[in-house]
Design a protein around this ligand. Structure first.
Ligand code: TYD
Ligand code: MG
Length: 458
C-alpha cells in the first residue's frame, strides 16, 4: 500500500501523528492537531544521495570572533556583549509589548555603525513601518525595508547579497514557503521557513533576528523546535499597563542566560534604564506594613525591588493566593514553613503578593524578603525603611546562603540602605553606619519583627 504523505501535527508541542485524534497524547492539549503534508522543504534533507564533506581545523585566525555591538548597551549585555556574526536570535513577547519598536531601534543604531541592515515585515506595510521609524527619529537611516512573507524569496535574495548583513524578520509566524501546503504560522511552515532563512544567513555570516509571537501560556507560538533551532532566545516582557519592559535571555549559546535589560516605553521609543533599582523603588511609601526590599541579582547586575504582601482574613473555603512577579509554588512552600516553624497562621488568610514595577523574580534568595513582607503584613508592622533582605528559606526554617552577598550589599549602600537582613556568615563589607541582622532561622526574623512591634501591641 502506498504510504500516505499526510500527517497531523500538534500545533502546541510539535508531535506528529498519522491519524487525527482530539487530544494530543504528548501535551494533553485538545483540538491542536492540524493536517499537514509531509513534504521535505528544499535545502533540507532533499537529496537522497549524500556527498562527501570536507573537514576543517578550528584554527583561530579562520574565524571572526569579534562581536558586533549595537550601542544599545541593555541589549548588548543581555546577549553577552554584542551579536556574534553568523548567529540566529529569536525574540518573543506578548503582542504590543514593543518587539518591533526594539528591533527597529536596534537596526537604526547598527546602520549608523555602517552595518548593512535589512528589516523585513510580514505584519506591517511599508507606510506603517515608516510612521514608526519617523516616531523613533530614524529619518536618515540606511536600513533597507521590505514587506514580504515568502521565505524562499527572502532566502534567495539575502544569499545573493553575498556579504555580511543584519536581517530582522518580523515575524516568523507570518513567513511561509510556497512548496508547503499548510498556512503560515503552522508548525511545518514556521520550522521550514526558519531553516531556509538560517541556511541563507549562515552562508554570508550574517546576523539573523527573528521575532516570534507568544501563546497565551507565554511560550513562543508554534513549536518548541524553533527555540532549539536558534542560538539565542530572548523574551521581551513587562506589564502592558506599565511603561517598563524587561529583555531577558532564556537560551544563549554565546553568553550567559541570566542577564536582563531594562527599558521604558516612551512616546518616541524605548529608553534604556541604566539604574533600574532607583526606578523600581521610586514609588515607595513610608510607614506601610507588608513591604520589604529585596536585594536581588539578575546576572551580573544587582537590582533592588520592592516586595509587597497583603494578608487578609478569608471568607473562602480555599483562601486566595494571588501573585504577580513571583512563583506560586514557592509562595505555598514559604507559607507552609511560616505555619509549621513560626506558628504564623495563614491557612485561613488570603495572600496577595506583588513585585512592584512589573519585574519577575526567579531567585530563591528572594524568600527572606517575601517572608518579611508577609510577617509584616500579618502583624501590621512596617519594616525598617532603610532595610534590605536576601536569603533562601529551607524547609526546616533555616536561612541559607546566597551567591554574591557583597554585590547586593554594595548596591543597597549605593541607594542609601544601611540595614541588611541576611543569612548567617554572609557579612562581607564592614563599614561604619552599616547594620547587619544575621538571620539563622525564619523564627529569628519573626522575633525581630515582634520586637519592633512590642510598643504597638501593648
Ligand atoms: P510594537 O513594537 O508594535 O509591539 P509588538 O511588535 O511587540 O507587537 O509596540 C506597540 C506598542 O508600543 C503600542 O501600544 C504603542 C507603543 N509605542 C510607544 O509607546 N512609543 C513608541 O515610540 C512606539 C513606536 C510604540
Ligand atoms: Mg510587531
Amino acid at each position: 500500500m502506498a504510504k500516505s504523505n499526510k500527517q497531523y501535527i500538534c500545533q502546541s508541542c510539535g508531535s506528529v501523528y498519522q491519524k487525527w485524534i482530539g487530544k494530543c497524547e504528548q501535551c494533553n492539549e485538545w483540538n491542536t492537531l492540524l493536517e499537514e503534508k509531509n513534504i521535505k522543504p528544499s535545502g533540507i534533507l532533499s537529496k537522497s544521495n549524500g556527498q562527501t564533506i570536507s573537514f576543517e581545523y578550528l584554527k583561530k585566525e579562520a574565524y571572526d570572533h569579534s562581536r558586533i555591538t549595537s550601542n544599545l548597551s541593555e541589549v548588548d549585555r543581555v546577549i553577552g556583549g554584542g551579536f556574534v556574526p553568523g548567529s540566529v536570535t529569536l525574540i518573543g513577547g506578548d503582542p504590543g509589548i514593543g518587539k518591533s519598536t526594539l528591533l527597529l531601534q536596534l537596526v537604526g543604531n547598527l546602520s549608523k555603525l555602517k552595518e548593512e541592515c535589512i528589516y523585513i515585515s510580514g505584519e506591517e506595510s511599508l507606510s506603517q513601518i515608516k510612521m514608526r521609524a519617523d516616531r523613533l527619529g530614524l529619518k536618515d537611516n540606511n536600513i533597507q525595508f521590505a514587506s514580504v512573507t515568502n521565505a524562499s524569496d527572502i532566502a534567495a535574495t539575502i544569499s545573493s547579497i553575498g556579504k555580511r548583513h543584519i536581517l530582522v524578520i518580523d515575524s516568523i509566524q507570518t513567513m511561509y514557503l510556497p512548496q508547503l501546503d499548510s498556512s503560515p504560522g503552522t508548525v511545518s511552515q514556521v520550522r521550514a521557513s526558519t531553516h531556509e532563512l538560517i541556511i541563507a544567513a549562515k552562508k554570508t555570516n550574517s546576523i539573523l533576528i527573528l521575532i516570534g509571537h507568544v501563546t497565551k501560556d507565554g511560550s513562543i507560538a508554534g513549536p518548541r523546535v524553533l527555540e532549539h533551532m536558534v542560538d539565542t532566545v530572548l523574551y521581551f516582557d513587562g506589564d502592558n499597563n506599565l511603561q517598563y519592559r524587561i529583555l531577558r535571555s532564556i537560551k544563549n549559546r554565546f553568553g550567559p542566560t541570566n542577564e536582563i535589560g531594562v527599558f521604558e516605553m516612551l512616546r518616541d521609543g524605548l529608553k534604556e534604564i541604566k539604574n533600574p533599582s532607583a526606578l523600581f523603588l521610586s514609588d515607595r511609601q513610608k510607614n506601610v506594613s507588608g513591604t520589604a526590599i529585596f536585594a536581588g541579582l539578575e546576572g551580573t547586575r544587582p537590582i533592588l525591588v520592592e516586595v509587597q504582601a497583603l494578608v487578609t482574613p478569608s471568607t473562602l473555603a480555599s483562601p486566595r493566593r494571588t501573585i504577580v512577579g513571583w512563583d506560586i509554588s514557592r509562595l505555598s512552600m514559604l507559607c507552609a514553613v511560616l505555619e509549621a516553624r513560626c506558628k504564623i497562621h495563614l491557612s485561613n488568610m488570603d495572600i496577595f503578593l506583588n513585585i512592584a514595577g512589573g519585574i519577575r523574580i526567579f531567585e530563591p534568595a528572594a524568600d527572606l524578603a517575601v517572608a518579611a513582607s508577609i510577617i509584616s503584613s500579618v502583624k501590621n508592622v512596617p519594616l525598617s525603611f532603610s532595610g534590605v533582605f536576601f536569603g533562601e528559606v529551607g524547609l526546616s526554617g533555616e536561612i541559607r546562603k546566597v551567591t554574591q552577598p557583597e554585590v547586593r550589599i554594595k548596591e543597597a549602600l549605593k541607594l542609601g540602605f544601611n540595614e541588611i537582613y541576611l543569612p548567617n556568615k554572609q557579612k562581607t563589607i564592614i563599614q561604619k553606619n552599616l547594620n547587619y541582622n544575621s538571620i539563622n532561622l525564619l523564627n529569628d526574623l519573626v522575633n525581630l519583627i515582634n520586637k519592633d512591634v512590642m510598643n504597638d501591641l501593648s
